[in-house]
Design a protein around this ligand. Sequence first.
Ligand code: SF4
Ligand code: SF4
Length: 205
Amino acid sequence: MAGYFKDLYLGVTTVIAGMQVTFRHLFEKNITIQYPRVVKEMYPRARARLVNTISECECCYKCQRICPVNIFTITGIRAGKDEDLGMLPSGKPKQMHILEFDIDFSKCVYCGLCVDVCETKSLHWEAPQEVCTFTRGEMKISFADMPEEEKQRLLKQEAEKKAARAAAAAAKAAAGGAKPGAKPVPKKPVVKKDEGENAAEEKTE
Ligand code: SF4
Ligand code: SF4
């Protein structure tokens, strides 16, 4: 009987102690928010999302080369000598057309190496209010703003230039090979190391 009352006493006092903790926090200010209906503002220096200000990017590919997870897709075409693409913040003339500049944030490890290596500071961190997406595909973000027709025009122009360069190089090589009176250069016999050593041994014997 004594044990029964002891258990009863312990049960009631434990519930009262627990309820005291609950009531202590019941009227305090909430520390949780009703996400996603309410979204907390990010701290301004948060490494939340990379942003590239494309007008300030010189398309040097340094960010792509240093990224340990290789999540940049950059396509640039050098501008012609007579083209004026404006100036970079450094005062240098912009020399590259940027056709593609994508970052796949689903693979980013937020190391910040790409930002450190960017000399123009066009690549930087921003803290948007909401960075979550519903699909992985939405995490691949494009920063290049070139219209599709312009992109196709530049690609075609570049392909033509490359073909012309290749044709000129082939013509030059053909012209060089068919030079009248040119003596054929004798090929050096290839002697394998072992063969050379054996020959030397035979000679000494
Ligand atoms: S923060 Fe690191 S992992 Fe993310 S894009 Fe930059 S270099 Fe790549
Ligand atoms: S390092 Fe900076 S300037 Fe160079 S391609 Fe990347 S974002 Fe552009």
